[in-house]
Design a protein around this ligand. Structure first.
Ligand SMILES: O=C(O)CCC(=O)C(=O)O
Ligand SMILES: [Fe+2]
Length: 635
């Protein structure tokens, strides 16, 4: 796995030092109702941009929401059994990857394969019409983001929205009657007489005290909490981290110590201007409203935006589904969809450093992205009709709102930032925000989806890429058309080494990654079935090539020097292969893997018995490795 900058131990040291310095104190964080929020956003989180729900075309909301519900209903959302610091862990959120056909996205030692989105009306035959429509809707959303994220002048989107936020806060939408919001003023870091400044110093990855790889490994880690049926297994493996994650008890002197208990102030914060009372009177969140009503309820809150007409109008040319590629400079090629219903989670971890609340996704950087590329996120929280009916006084959308948390990496000076998201809100992480900052997702009360659009760095992550690699390797295999006898064209060690590496790449980065995720891909969509079969056929030919390589090494009467070099090359490749096979076997047979239902259970494939006549070499390479080793000793 790629690691960026600094050694493990250096980071651990740095982290420890900063944690020591922080002691029992919490780092302050600001939400929209805190003084200084806007300024903090501008000065320390300027790469974050927000686009409110109301400024997206309603049709798009409708299609995207329907798509997400379809995908959920089909069971497409699954928790990933990822690897963090050599441990197998289930992600707390369930996920599915959509994107350009043949693209993959790799995170935490897991390669996700896209369900292809459908860019035009020529519907693929890989999935049924409902799924196909869902994929298309997310492609449309992707086009919207491609166009929107690079479209505006710096800061445009959120400046407008912040103005709106501040307006909403200043007008203290008392219709909501949230008394807690006042109390929370007392716990603002800015009210602590400068303590927020003085108590902080060079932190580090505080979050990483329970996940030391977090800052480097990025993306989701073990921080993702347990849930449902895997809880017990998860907890037993993570009791140490869970211990670490527990909020600290000593809060004295911490300006944010009481913040956690005053989450109401966030719930008291309203996006709507005072006077927009529809949600209150109906007690329903926007999602439950008829479209016309929704439009009306949002209209009082529209941002005065140069693109407003274009965005809310019918004629969004950039949404034209007939186009196969998206306009705009940001070419998001995948979206990783997340889903979590907090009610189904028996235990979510508390955000440990700021006291921000329960985390659905722990602190991380998004990994495997093109450097400096933006990330665009659509947030959809499903409102619970029953609850909404009961709490007619408070808009359910604000109560128990989902929030995104941000922090500056390796920094305990700068307060964290939380941004509540109402259903349909979108946010962008631009410039180097993802590199310099980390983000987490703080769970609200309702079930929630997000669609996170990314420019995946896929120079070695597309089907085209791996197919061309396979062709390259197989170009060294010659078959006599008359006898069918196989031979290797080149026996140069450097050449053979390259081809053995391709052999390992296709086996471990593609075949085993794919089958480890069980039947999940073929269950919903047949797109990958045939390519995977082809890759497996290519790989089998490469097994034959390795066998020929071994035969050449073991052949007597060759010049000693050349043979030694060949044997060493082969030994390295085989040892590597043997180790990786064992790692994948272990992953497939881990106790967590056993908890999965058959259709999701990892498959250890390719696997074959020693006496399988169709396979040129055994699965277990121990004997061959011994043979090559002793041959080298004898030389
Ligand atoms: O759900 C979100 O808003 C963001 C999720 C996230 O950070 C991720 O998937 O990497
Ligand atoms: Fe993320």
């Amino acid at each position: 796995m790629k690691r960026s900058g600094g050694s493990e131990s250096e980071k651990r040291r740095k982290r420890r030092r900063l944690l020591q310095e922080l002691g029992d104190q919490r780092i302050p964080f600001l939400g929209p109702s805190d003084h200084g929020f806007q300024q903090l956003w501008e000065t320390s989180y300027s790469g974050l941009a927000l686009r409110r729900s109301c400024s997206l075309p309603e049709e798009l909301h409708g299609r995207v929401e329907a798509a997400l519900l379809t995908l959920r209903q089909r069971g497409c959302f699954l928790r990933d059994l990822v690897k963090v610091r050599d441990r197998d862990v289930f992600t707390a959120v369930s996920r599915v990857l959509l994107g350009q056909p043949g693209t993959t996205y790799r995170y935490l030692d897991t390669r996700l394969f896209t369900i292809p989105w459908h860019a035009d009306d020529q519907r693929g035959t890989c999935c049924d019409p409902d799924l196909s429509a869902a994929c298309k809707a997310l492609w449309e959303l992707n086009c919207f983001f491609c166009s929107d994220v690079g479209h505006r002048k710096e800061g445009d989107v959120f400046k407008q929205c912040r103005k709106e936020l501040v307006g909403a806060i200043e007008s203290k939408p008392s219709v909501e009657g949230d008394t807690e919001s006042k109390d929370s003023e007392e716990s603002k870091p800015s009210d602590d007489g400068g303590d927020s400044e003085s108590k902080q110093s060079e932190e580090g990855e505080t979050e990483s005290k329970h996940s030391e790889d977090w800052d480097i490994e990025s993306k989701h880690s073990e921080e993702e909490g347990p849930s449902s049926k895997q809880d017990a297994a998860w907890e037993s493996r993570h009791s140490d981290e869970m211990g670490d994650m527990k909020p600290k008890q000593t809060e004295l002197g911490s300006p944010t110590g009481s913040k956690q208990h005053s989450e109401g102030k966030h719930t008291g914060w309203k996006h709507r201007p005072a006077g927009s009372t529809e949600t209150e009177t109906t007690g329903l969140g926007p999602q439950e409203k008829p479209v016309a009503e929704l439009k009306h309820s949002l209209s009082g809150y529209h941002i005065e935006d140069e693109d407003e007409d274009q965005l809310s109008g019918q004629g969004c040319s950039h949404l034209n589904p007939a186009k196969t590629s998206c306009p705009g400079p940001a070419q998001f090629n995948v979206t990783l969809l997340n889903y979590m219903d907090p009610a189904a989670m028996s235990q979510l971890k508390e955000e440990p450093y700021y006291g921000m609340g329960k985390m659905a996704v722990g602190w991380h950087h998004d990994e495997n992205l093109v450097s400096l590329s933006p990330v665009a996120v659509y947030s959809y929280s499903c409102h619970d009709d029953d609850k909404a009916g009961v709490s007619s006084e408070e808009g359910p959308a604000e109560k128990g709102c989902w929030r995104i948390g941000l922090k500056v990496a390796w920094d305990i000076h700068t307060p964290g930032l939380t941004l509540p998201l109402q259903s349909g809100d979108c946010y962008y992480m631009r410039d180097d925000l993802n590199r310099t900052h980390q983000h987490c997702v703080l769970a609200g009360d309702s079930a929630r989806f997000s669609s996170t659009h990314r420019v995946a760095e896929c120079s070695t992550g597309t089907l085209d890429y791996i197919q061309s690699r396979c062709r390259e390797a197989l170009s060294n295999l010659s078959t006599d058309p008359e006898t069918g006898t196989h031979s290797l064209l080149s026996l140069l060690p450097a050449t053979l080494q390259g081809y053995e590496e391709i052999h390992n790449e296709v086996e471990f980065e593609w075949l085993r990654q794919y089958w480890f995720q069980g039947q999940r891909y073929t269950r919903f969509c047949s797109w990958w079935a045939r390519p995977m079969e082809q890759l497996e056929n290519d790989w089998r030919e490469m097994e034959l090539m390795t066998q020929l390589f071994l035969a050449a090494v073991e052949e007597e009467g060759q010049p000693e020097e050349g043979r030694r070099e060949m044997a060493e090359t082969l030994l390295t490749a085989l040892t590597d292969r043997q180790q990786h096979r064992q790692t994948w076997r272990d992953r497939c047979h881990s106790s967590l893997a056993q908890t999965l239902p058959p259709e999701e259970a990892p498959v250890d494939r390719p696997f074959w018995a020693d006496d399988d006549p169709s396979m040129p070499l055994p699965f277990d390479l121990a004997d061959i490795i011994n043979r090559v080793e002793s041959l080298l000793w004898r030389m």
